[in-house]
Design a protein around this ligand. Structure first.
Ligand code: NBG
Length: 807
């Protein structure tokens, strides 16, 4: 047996390992193994290779007695893992060959893996990129989250409308995790609080068990691995034997079913706050388990808690884990004898909070009555935190307002640093949502612009471009993305641009083949692939893109001999199940696609494609094939965006507004390589004061007026004038997101795109410039920023020595 002790195996050794797992872990004989059996065996063999570096990293962290980072996130949108492991271990080629020797196709096995879709969108995917960078930078870190039985719903279209079904990634075994039944904590809800001599004791009315599942996350070159620890909810009383014996079988399993509800499904909203009791319980469940777990780890190394903040950095990914503040205070005061002020200050030194949105509907608030009912002791402690805050700085109550508990304010007050996720967003955080708190704590808000991991978002998803970059500037760039600027001198070389173009072409063909196989549609690879993929939301304005598409169609038909640029418009994304306007947008895209795709007059010039069930894996297929990246949100609404970075990295120029990280992307890649249009954030705010701005804009633009008439008259709905009546009415009368006001400028910018695209040499340079100058947007750079500005921890590339991490 060739047991893996080093992180690398040769082809024969890996084949042997795969066969060994097939036999002893799966219990199958090669002659009868299914593709899934092979996939599981490969996954187990790769996982084995991570175990030694994982142990070594843990050992080093213990020996260093340094600081650990705890990243608390309700969502980790991981996607598939085989390529992550094999690429980071440098085993991709070997895995391909080993499987080929066994008569298996690596590519087919990779795509057999279900996506781990434990997140909604950007926020969850950011957490996954951060885990990759934390391991690459060799920062001792744990990701803490929930092991949802069902990840983000599967999206299907029925007559063009979105319908949702339950996602089922755990139907078959998850190859990457280690179950840790011995790592478990009791988590309470409800009940009452006793006070005895100033000492509080919480007596919860119900309790569940949080049980750990660990997935090792290995960094680039396999040097370091951290742990992603996800909690599953289990029942304390597994089974009511008495009820069973009475023949009451359903009731006998009730306690288990109830407990499991807590980790059963991911809430499918991203930018809205659902405000349901179950959601609050989920948040407390994973936060409390994580805090107990990190305190246990700390106490295994230290005799008292006075130096906690020197060894523990807890990052709150949005407000979902904001109850970490009061929970830590509760444990320090009620269990470890701290006084309230000391506990609040200790907790605050440990905590950092990242804000991911300015949309008021996304900022979490809980009805105070419900909060006090579910978490009575935390409710009291938040009152104490409020009193502490008001006592220190004066002024009105911040956390409690109109009978609600505001989690943003709580997170802010309990964090020593609060960060936004792009330069513009961080400024707006200071000016708007946390304006007053910013006056009180002027040094607390900082910026850490988001980033993406280049290992997944270029190295593994785009082999043709990866190979070209390797042969041009060497192979060190995946761990030092700024090196991509080494491509700049080559961009004036026509031969290089030709190769760059041909890499794009290969990706477009790969996408076309996939579309044909999966969706039965043929794409024209000579056309511009114009892609907008992200959650469907009014502020992201997929409908503006669609209206522009219709206008383009009209113009082609009006002037069939014009010099038109062929386009394939690709949309992808899910809508929150209860977000009706977003679902109408989906329906309209699909209806318009049916009509336009069937039009023989424009067939070679314009196609609309909307594959269902967009997810991380689909993004990995679409992004490398994109010619144009659509980042067209209403200015001031997109906190950062991270898809925008992925497209630029893969050589797709952006058409976009001055919103989120677009602003910084444009500065980096150069204004001449970015198609800018639209109102600025300040202009948007101002325009809102103009009464009837939407109607005015429509009356001033024959182009959009005509498109809205077509929709209202049923041109895309078989003459049904009701289906989109509300949609059109909304644009005339409200249009909060200023589609009508930005439309003409967007249309004009699209024609500039057409002109540029027709000039192949110019386009090639623009595309390559995007790749060459986007290196700053690596999530390694982002994590270095968090390490330096928020956590005070050292990493692989730092010569900076924090006084906090010096043991
Ligand atoms: C999202 C923002 C994006 C941003 C990601 C990651 C939420 C609440 N926010 O603009 O909308 O890129 O967070 O920071 O999902």
């Amino acid at each position: 047996m060739t047991q893996a002790t080093s992180t690398k195996l040769d082809k024969a050794a890996l084949s042997a390992e795969i066969l060994r797992h097939l036999k002893y872990s799966i219990g199958k004989d090669a002659a009868h193994a299914s593709r899934r059996d092979w996939r599981m065996s490969l996954s187990f063999a790769l996982r084995d290779l991570v175990v030694d570096p994982w142990f070594a990293s843990t050992r080093k962290s213990y020996e260093a007695k340094g600081k650990r980072v705890y990243y608390l996130s309700m969502e980790f949108l991981i996607g598939r893992m085989i390529e992550d492991f094999s690429v980071n271990l440098g085993m991709e080629e070997i895995a391909k060959q080993a499987l080929a020797d066994l008569g298996q196709d690596y590519g087919l096995i990779v795509v057999d893996e279900p996506d781990a879709a434990l997140g909604n969108g950007g926020l969850g995917r950011l957490a996954a990129c951060f885990m990759d960078s934390l391991a690459t930078l060799e920062i001792p870190a744990y990701g803490y989250g929930i092991r949802y039985e069902h990840g983000l719903f599967e999206q299907h279209f029925e007559n063009g409308r979105q319908v949702e079904t339950a996602e089922k990634w755990l139907t078959h075994r998850n190859a990457w995790e280690f179950e840790r039944p011995e790592v478990s904590y009791h988590i309470g809800f409800g009940g009452h609080v006793d006070v005895d001599n100033g000492h509080h004791t919480w007596h919860p009315a119900e309790q569940v068990i949080a049980s750990a599942y660990d997935t090792p996350i290995v960094g680039w070159k396999g040097q370091w691995a951290n742990t992603l620890r996800l909690w599953a909810a289990k029942s304390i009383t597994l089974f009511d034997l008495q009820k069973f014996n009475e023949g009451n079988y359903l009731a006998a399993t009730e306690p288990e079913a109830l407990a499991r509800t807590i980790s059963r499904v991911l809430y499918p909203d991203d930018t809205t706050n659902t405000g349901k009791e179950l959601r609050l319980k989920q948040e407390y469940f994973f936060t409390a388990a994580s805090i107990q777990d990190l305190l246990r780890r700390y106490l295994s190394e230290h005799s008292d808690l006075s130096n906690l903040a020197k060894h523990v950095a807890i990052q709150l990914n949005d407000t979902h884990p904001a109850v970490a503040g009061p929970e830590l205070v509760r444990l320090l005061v009620d269990l470890h004898g701290f006084d309230m002020t000391e506990a609040i200050e200790t907790a605050r030194e440990c905590l950092g909070y990242t804000n991911h949105t300015l949309l008021p509907e996304a900022l979490e608030r809980w009805p105070e009555g419900m909060f006090a009912y579910v978490l009575p002791r935390h409710h009291q402690i938040i009152r104490d935190i409020e009193a502490y805050h008001v006592g220190h700085v004066g002024g009105p109550s911040r956390i409690f307002e109109h009978g609600e508990v505001k989690m943003g304010e709580l997170a802010f007050i309990m964090a020593h640093k609060v960060n936004g996720v792009s330069a513009l967003h961080s400024d707006l955080v200071k000016q708007t949502v946390f304006h007053d708190l910013h006056q009180t704590y002027p040094n607390r808000i900082i910026n850490e612009t988001n980033g993406i991991t280049p290992r997944r978002w270029l190295y593994s998803c785009n082999p043709p471009l990866r190979d070209l970059i390797n042969e041009t500037i060497g192979t060190e760039w995946p761990a030092d993305l700024a090196q991509l600027s080494g491509l700049v001198p080559h961009i004036s070389d026509a031969g290089f641009i030709e190769k760059f173009d041909s890499a794009k072409r290969q990706n477009k063909e790969r996408l076309s083949n996939w579309m044909q196989a999966r969706h039965g549609v043929l794409l024209n690879p000579d056309a511009m692939f114009d892609i907008q993929i992200k959650r469907i939301h009014e502020y992201k304005r997929q409908h503006m893109n669609l209206l522009e598409t219709i206008a383009y169609w009209n113009d082609i038909k009006d002037n069939p001999n014009g010099n038109w640029t062929p386009r394939v418009k690709i949309f992808g994304g899910k809508a929150a199940p209860g977000y009706y306007f977003a679902k109408d947008i989906i329906n309209l895209i699909n209806d318009v696609a049916v009509k336009i795709n069937a039009d023989p007059a424009t067939r070679d010039l314009l196609q609309i494609i909307y594959p269902e069930n967009y997810n991380v894996s689909m993004a990995e297929m679409l992004i490398p094939a994109a010619d144009l990246s659509e980042q067209i949100s209403t200015a001031g609404k997109e906190a950062s965006g991270t898809g925008n970075m992925k497209f630029a990295l893969n050589g797709a120029p952006t058409i976009g507004t001055l919103d989120g990280a677009n602003v910084e992307i444009r500065e980096h890649v150069g204004a001449e390589n970015f198609f800018l249009f639209g109102l600025t954030a300040a202009e948007v705010v101002e325009r809102r004061h103009t009464h009837g701005y939407a109607r005015q804009a429509i009356e001033a633009s024959p182009r959009i007026a005509r498109v809205l008439d077509q929709i209202a008259n049923g041109e895309f709905s078989d003459g049904d004038t009701h289906r989109y009546g509300g949609f059109v009415h909304n644009l005339y009368e409200h249009d909060y997101f200023m589609v009508t006001c930005d439309f003409d400028k967007y249309y004009a910018a699209q024609r500039d795109v057409d002109t540029a695209f027709q000039d192949r040499a110019r386009w090639g340079k623009m595309a390559a410039m995007n790749t060459a100058k986007i290196g700053w947007f690596s999530s390694d750079r982002t994590i270095e920023g968090y390490a330096r500005d928020i956590w005070g921890v050292r990493h692989k590339n730092s010569n900076f020595r924090s006084d906090q991490s010096a043991a």
